[in-house]
Each structure stands twice: as C-alpha cells, then as structure tokens.
Design a protein around this ligand. Structure first.
Ligand SMILES: [Zn+2]
Length: 338
C-alpha cells in the first residue's frame, strides 16, 4: 500500500464555507449565526472525486490520512466557542468523506484551539473524533496565528493533551494554520518556520522523558531541520542534551512534503529511514506544475520512487512507518484484510 500521511480537505462544498463566513461575521457583530446547512453526499463526492481522489489515483497512491483544510483552522478567529463549533463541523465532514471512501481516506482531526483557551475543549474533541474512527490529530503550536506567544511544546500547558494522546495511542502532526502576521506568508514562511521552531523546542526540553510513547510528525519535510542537521546536533551538544537520536528521534517523524528531488534526496540522506513518512499535502500549499519537470510540485511520490534506496526502505516510507505511527489506522486496515 501507499499511504499519504498528509492531505487536507481543501476544496469544500460551498455551503460549508458560507456557513463559516456567517459564523465569523456573527461573532464580530455579536449576533446569531444560522444552523449548519444540510450538505448531501453527492456534494461531498463531487469535491473529493474532482480533486483528492482523482489525484490519489492518477499518482498511484492508495490512501490519504485526511484532515480539515489547515489554513482555515484559524484558531485566532473568534473565541473558544467559535473554535469548538468550527472544529466539530469540519471534523464531521471528514467523517463523512471517510464513510464514503473508507479504502482511500482515514481521518485526522483539527482541534478547537483558541489563543486564550487551555486544552480542555481540544481534549473533548479529540476523544469525540477518535470514537468516530479518527487515527490522529493536527496540533497547532501557535494558535495566535503567527506571533508565537504560546509556551513551547515541551511546556506543561500541553501536558493534559499529551496524556490523552498517549491514552488513545494517536499521534499529532504539528501544524499551524493561517497567518495573521503580514510579515509571515502562511505556507511559504509561517509553516516552514513553525516546523523548524517546533523541532528546536523539542531539543531544548525533555518532553519524551515524560512521554516516551508520544509521537509527533513535523510536516513539510521537517522545515529547515534536515538541511541544518549539523546545527541541531551541535546545539543539542552545547545545551548538554543527549544526542538527537535518543533525545527526540524515537518520537519525531518528518513527512516528504518537499517539492523537489534534491530536497527529498537530502531528507533521506540525513534522516533515518524509520523517521520518514510519505506525504504530499495534496491538494494544498503549492498547486502548480513545475516547468522544469512537467509534473505537479506536490507529486512527491515520484521523488520517493526515484530514490536510490532498497525496496524495504521504500516500503517503510510508503507504508510501514505510517502503520507504526498510526496504530489505529493499522488496526483498521488489518480488520479489512489489508
Ligand atoms: Zn498541511
């Protein structure tokens, strides 16, 4: 099997997006917003079959681990109650996609994080979603949307959430949302910066001493980390931390959302095979075709296919590692004989 660990529901039924506009407008004017609209299975099929499912099949992958549109999670918009309702309706749509295409999609939930809130509502939503069959979550390290005012991921602020992740045996992808900081472009600057910042936070702290089975995926190839691996090894040494392999790399994984062959080559040279999960972030961050190759920038499967590695290593990136990191997905697949 080929499992893409990183996909978002980016082209949605219109009524869903319209309801969100009404919800946020009502928050600004302290008004009421309409009930969530009825959306038919056909509307969902239309959006999925024209986009993610079509591309999945064209590119030769089997399944996408699928979450709500990341840039629209927008925890900085509204307050906790706005975030709770928004997360519920977004995650419910993912449930319906998975219900319509159980062989092609597995659910990962967004969380109702909010700048002033603790993690209580996020814990409740994670529990609700896992009970519906979700296999992981997206955890936003910066719910303020581009100002990094939250404590590092190693801070006790996050611990109640990690405790539930461990109890439910689900991983989190560390994933920011839209940027409300004009100095930071969302997918070009904010995403990659947040990935890199998260990794450095993990080096400075001792999170995995307290949570030895916690699993975090740092997307977009780990931000700038693989390219600067020597810097991070050296910083761990200067900070009198253990070497990176034992300090963080039993718990941290990078996906392959790197949109050119030399970048993938470097990722797979520097980072151990066991820590790499196939991902494309399709359809999302970069939608165009690379004029140098004639292929979509986010068609990352081609880059993995072209790597000079053993079949066993390629299998680990495409399937084996994802089954290890997402044991609930592995169990669901095995129950279906896959
Ligand atoms: Zn993403």
């Amino acid at each position: 099997m080929i499992i893409d660990c990183h996909g978002h529901y980016t082209v949605l039924p219109k009524a869903h997006d319209e309801w969100r506009e009404a919800q946020t407008a009502a928050f600004k004017s302290v008004g009421d917003y309409p009930p969530y609209p009825a959306i038919s299975d056909d509307e969902i099929r239309e959006t999925i079959e024209a986009n993610q499912l079509r591309l999945l099949k064209e590119r030769g992958a089997d399944m996408t681990i699928f979450s709500p549109r990341a840039s629209a999670m927008a925890p900085h918009v509204g307050d906790q109650s706005v975030a709770v309702r928004w997360a519920q309706v977004c995650n419910d749509l993912i449930t319906r996609v998975v219900g319509l295409y159980p062989e092609n999609f597995a659910g990962v939930c967004m969380l109702p994080q909010s700048p002033e809130a603790d993690m209580t509502s996020s814990i409740a939503e994670l529990r609700r979603c896992v009970a519906m069959g979700f296999v992981g979550c997206n955890l936003n390290p910066d719910p303020g949307g581009g100002h990094f005012r939250h404590p590092p991921l190693t801070d006790r602020y996050w611990y109640p959430f990690y405790e539930v992740m461990v109890e439910l045996d689900v991983p989190a992808m560390i994933h920011v949302s839209g940027s409300c900081n004009p100095a930071m472009h969302a997918t070009g600057a904010y995403y990659i910066a947040a990935d890199t910042i998260a990794f450095m936070q993990l080096i400075e702290g001792n999170l995995f001493k307290d949570f030895p089975t916690l699993r975090l995926i740092i997307p977009h190839g780990g931000g700038a980390v693989p390219y600067h691996w020597g810097r991070y090894r050296g910083l761990a040494d200067m900070l009198k931390q253990p070497d990176l392999q034992s300090h963080v790399m039993n718990n941290v994984y990078f996906d392959t959302c790197v949109y050119h062959q030399p970048g993938i080559n470097l990722l797979c040279d520097v980072i151990e095979n066991k820590n790499i999960l196939f991902g494309s972030e399709m359809v999302g961050a970069v939608r165009g075709i690379d004029p140098a190759t004639g292929h979509y920038f986010d068609d990352t499967k081609r880059f993995i296919d072209a790597l000079d590695i053993s079949d066993a290593e390629r299998h680990a990136i495409f399937e084996g590692n994802a089954r290890r990191v997402f044991p609930r997905l592995d169990a669901q697949l095995k129950a279906r004989g896959r």
